[in-house]
Design a protein around this ligand. Sequence first.
Ligand code: ADP
Ligand code: MG
Length: 694
Amino acid sequence: MSEQSLTAIPVDSLKGVGPKLKEKLAKLQIFNLQDLLFHLPLRYEDRTQVKPLVETQDGERALIRVIVQLSQIQYGKRRSLICRAYDETASIDFRFFHFMAAQQKKLQAGVELYAFGEVRRFGRSLQMVHPEITYINEGKAAPLLDTLTPVYPTTEGLHQASWRNLQKQALSHLRRKPIADLMPNELIQKWQLMGISEALLWLHQPPKNTAIEDINSEQSPAIKRLIYEELLAQQLSMQLQRLRFQQDSAFIMRNDGELNNKLLELLPFKPTMAQQRVVSEISKDLQSSRPMLRLLQGDVGAGKTLVAAMSAFQAIESGFQVALMAPTEILAEQHFNGFNHWCDSLGIKVAFLVGKLKASERRESLELIKSGEAQLVIGTHALFQEEVEYHNLGLAIIDEQHRFGVKQRLALKNKAPENKQLHQLMMTATPIPRTLAMTAYADMDLSIIDELPPGRTPVKTIAITEQKREQVIQRIEEACLNEKRQVYWVCTLIEESEEIQSQAAETTANLLAEQLPNCRIGLIHGRLKSEQKQIVMQQFKDGRLDILVATTVIEVGVDVPNASLMVIENPERLGLAQLHQLRGRVGRGSVESHCLLLYGHPLSDNAKSRIQIMRETNDGFIIAEEDLRLRGPGEFLGTRQTGEMALQFADIVKNAVLIPEIQSVAKDMIKQSPQLAKNLCKRWLGYRHELADV
Ligand code: ADP
Ligand code: MG
C-alpha cells in the first residue's frame, strides 16, 4: 500500500471517510491523497504554548490554562452558562449560549483545564465565548502540541476536526512515500527551493515558534516553493493551450485590399500610423492557416472600429463570413448602423442578431446567415446560440472581450466549419497592464493602438464636492443654453440591480428637469426597451436633447462627438477603468471637453487616489497600471479570474517580477521534457487544464 503513489490512493481509503464525506471532498475536487495534501490551510492557530491571561490581547486566539472558580446559569435575554476561572495572573469568564447539563456539571469549582478561544477584553475583565475545553485530570495534562494548528478552508458540514484527522493520515502516507517532485532539479537549485513534499509537510504542520504572520508570505520557503511551482504550471498551461490551438488550421484569407481601398476613399479621415500598423499585423495573421488569436488594445476613441472593419473586409473579400459580437444591444446596434453605412456603399450584406428581435426579424436574420447571403453578422452573444447556423464563418471579432466568459468563447469556437478553427480578434478599451498581459493573456498575441486620431483635445477633469451641486447645475445650464454644449449626467449606484439603478436615474432626471426648465433632458437606463434606448440615443446624437441622464449603461462605445461635458455623480463608487471608459464618451469632438467628478463624503484614501489619478492623466495605460495597483487584477481579467486563471498562492501583481524568467523556463521545459510539463499542469490545474478554452 505504501508503495503506491499518492494519486492512486483514493480518499475513501482513509479512516473515517464514508460515501457522504467522499462526496463532499469530491465537490472540492479532492479525490486522492495528493489532492488532499494540496488542500492547504487558510490560517493557523497557536496551541503550542500557554498564554498567561494578563498577556492576552483583545481579539487574540489563545490557549490558556486555568482553574474553575464557579459556574452558574444566567437568565437574561438569552439563557447562558457563565463560568469564572483564573490563572496566576488574572481571571476570565467563559460564556456558553448552548450547553448541556453534563457540561455544566463538569465545570465545577477547582477543576483544572485548557481553554482555546478568542479573548475579549472589556476594560479589565476578560471573556471567552464558547472556548474549546480540554480537562486536566489530577494535574496530569496531555503534552502540548509541538506544531501550529492548521485551519482549513472548508465547506458546509465538514469540521476542522475532520480535516485535521484526514490530513494527519495523509501526512503519514506522505512521510513514507514522498510525492514526485515535478520541478526540474536545476530549477530547484537555481531558485533555491524546498522540495515539494517537504513544503507540504511544513505547511500542514509548521513547527512551534514559527511566526504565524510570516507563514503565508513569500518569506516562508514553503510558500515560495508553491508560488514558483504554481506560476510555472500556469505558464506551461497557457503555452500548451496555445500550441494545441495552433495545431488546428484556419482558412487562409488573401489580402487583395480592393474593398479596403474603397473603404479608405469613403472615410473623411486617414487611418493613424498605429491603426495601419495593427491592421497589417492582423492581415498577416489572416493570411496564414494558423488560427489567429489576437487581442487588440486601444484606448477609448483610438479607432478600433475601423481596424475591425478592415480586418472583416479582408475576410469577406476572400469569401468568408465574419461575426462581430458586442457585449450590449446598444453597442451592437451602434456597430450595425456604423457598418451598414460603409457596407451599403461597398455592396456588403449585413445581418443583425440580438435577443430582442421579433420572431419574424429573427427568422430572417437566421436565414441570411445560414444561406451565406449575409457576409457580415453583427450582434450580441445571441450570435453564438445553438440554433444559429453559419454558412462559412471564418473570422470572429469580439468587442470589449473582457465582458465575455469562457463559455461564450467555447460556444463561439463551435461555430467554425468542421475541422477548422476560427480566426479570432478580441478588442478591448481597457488596456491590460504589461505584467498582467504576460500572465493572464500569455495565450494570445497582442496588438496595441498607442496613438489617438489627431485633433483631439484632452478632457479636463475636475473634482467637485457634492455640496456644490447647485453651482454645478447652474454651470450646466450656461453650457447648454449659451455655449450649445451637450451634457452627459451619469448616475452611479453600487446596487447590482438594474431596477434600482434605473429608478435612481429617473429621480435624478426629474430633479434636473425641475431645476433646469429650459433644458431638454433625456433619460437612458438598462430597463428601457432597446428601441426606446435607440430613440433617446438618436435624439441626443441629433442634438434634440441637451442633457442625457444615464446609468453606466453608456459606459462602452457610445459615440456622440458634440457632447463635451460629463458629470459623474459619486465617482468614488467606480473603479478607475470604468471611470476612464465613461470619460471617454466626451472629448470626441474638437472643442475642449470637461468631466466633473461630483464626489460624496467622506472619501476613503483609495477613492481619493483614484480621483486624483483621473485628474492627472488621460492615458489609459497609466490608469490601468494604477487600477491594478489599487484594486488588484480582478477588473482586467473579467471572467478569466474566476475560472481557469485563479491562482491560490502566487499573486500576479506582487510576483510580477518573476514572470519573464518563469515564462522562458516554461518554454524550454515544453521542448525538453514535455511529459513533465503536462504532469505539472495537471497537478495544478487538473480538470481546468483539460478544459482549455481556446
Ligand atoms: P474605439 O477605439 O473607442 O472603439 P471608435 O472606433 O469608436 O473608437 O472611434 C472613435 C471615433 O474616432 C469615431 O468617431 C471614428 O470615426 C473616429 N476615428 C477613427 N479613426 C480615426 C482617424 N484615423 N482619424 C480621425 N478620426 C478617427
Ligand atoms: Mg469601440
